[in-house]
Design a protein around this ligand. Sequence first.
Ligand code: ZN
Length: 93
Amino acid sequence: MNIRIGPISKKLTPHLSACMRCNTTWRFVKSHATPFNEHEGAFPLCQKCWEELTPEQRLPYYWLLLLEWYRESGTELSEAERGALRAAVLQGL
Ligand SMILES: [Zn+2]
């Protein structure tokens, strides 16, 4: 399934996180992951939203996701990982 149904998806699947642009949870849309180290990636956007944006337009969604990670679990990327993520996003990964 890959349909951007938006905020209603959060009511249907409240335990899942969602695309930060169209607010559709990962049950309904496919996420686009961007690596920030060898094993881990960040996925603030669904594949369709990701495709509609330029790399520069995508970047703020990645920083929003990192903020959410920090707020929810205290998880923080290292400076090297943030640099790697920024470079990967701007390279179109
Ligand atoms: Zn989306």
